[in-house]
Design a protein around this ligand. Sequence first.
Ligand SMILES: Nc1ncnc2c1ncn2[C@@H]1O[C@H](COP(=O)(O)OP(=O)(O)OP(=O)(O)O)[C@@H](O)[C@H]1O
Ligand SMILES: [Mg+2]
Length: 340
Amino acid sequence: MIEIKNLAKIYHTAHQDIVALDDVSLSINRGEIFGIIGLSGAGKSTLIRCINMLEKPTQGSIIVDGQDITALKQKELRAARQKIGIIFQQFNLLSSRTVFDNIMFPLEIAQVPAKAARDRVNQLLEMVGLVDKAKVYPDQLSGGQKQRVGIARALANDPKILLSDEATSALDPQTTRSILKLLKDINQQLNLTILLITHDMNVIKQICDRVAVINNSRIEEVGDVLSIFSNPGTPTSQSFIKAIINKDDPEEYKHDLLKEHGSKFSKLIRVSFIGASAGDPIISAMIKRFDVDANILHGNIDRVKDVPFGHLTLELIGSREGVHQSMQFLQNNGLDIEVL
Ligand SMILES: Nc1ncnc2c1ncn2[C@@H]1O[C@H](COP(=O)(O)OP(=O)(O)OP(=O)(O)O)[C@@H](O)[C@H]1O
Ligand SMILES: [Mg+2]
């Protein structure tokens, strides 16, 4: 649906040239929710602004639905842009217009006949759950409601692609969830391709199918969300994931570990799991089978999309052989083990 090839963007300023994008190539499939995560200044907004040609790339091509948009003339570009909706962190609503008229705005620009436009706005208000706010002005809305207006406005001309530039960054976690759920619903109902950029791995985790990691103007890593979570391949992705699953074990319990276990043998391990192998049955089977104790010291279980994901820090206590066999057993059952 979107094919980005060797894209570069250099900003020429009075003092220096700033490379904002360096040889970026990405392929985004129709109907997927594709996330791009990166730190501040990595080049995310520049990339999204190139995709709807608010910014002209210095080099490379961007093919949207078979059409190279970097090669379009003004008039064709206007038509192509109508098929790409965009939502922003700061909503960018017109404060002097009601909710209804904000959503009407892009339809006016596209010169949609008045009756059809009004019907469309009503339909969109329904879709984003704001029917009762039609006559209200933006400053009487909460952040989440403002973003719903932003989404309705972005969808007015029935785009094939929705771009989202940190659309939930100004919202609290609960409102973020409701907006992400709305985006997911829209993606499924309309088979809309969504490209969203964020610096928050939680956003990626909640709705994206695939993710690209951008760092210092370059794409470092691309993969489906689950595999990036289970096997982050770069320091950048590792730090984003660490930030949300808190893999660091608290230091305090390490003191307790020095406690004697009599003649028993003990090992401290971290068990990471993903998917079906998650969960207690394996641990309890291990305890029975190898006559060991498992002291659970720390754990963190989360879901990436609908798949459980997380880790447990365990102290295994038993005979030397029992402990080693237990670790082998966990590994044989598809769990990842790290001896601490
Ligand atoms: N109009 C501009 N003129 C000059 N430099 C720019 C311009 N826009 C962005 N830059 C520079 O390009 C680089 C990438 O900026 P960009 O806004 O794409 O980052 P970002 O990943 O969106 O960051 P943030 O998460 O803070 O929004 C930065 O070094 C920035 O200073
Ligand atoms: Mg930005």
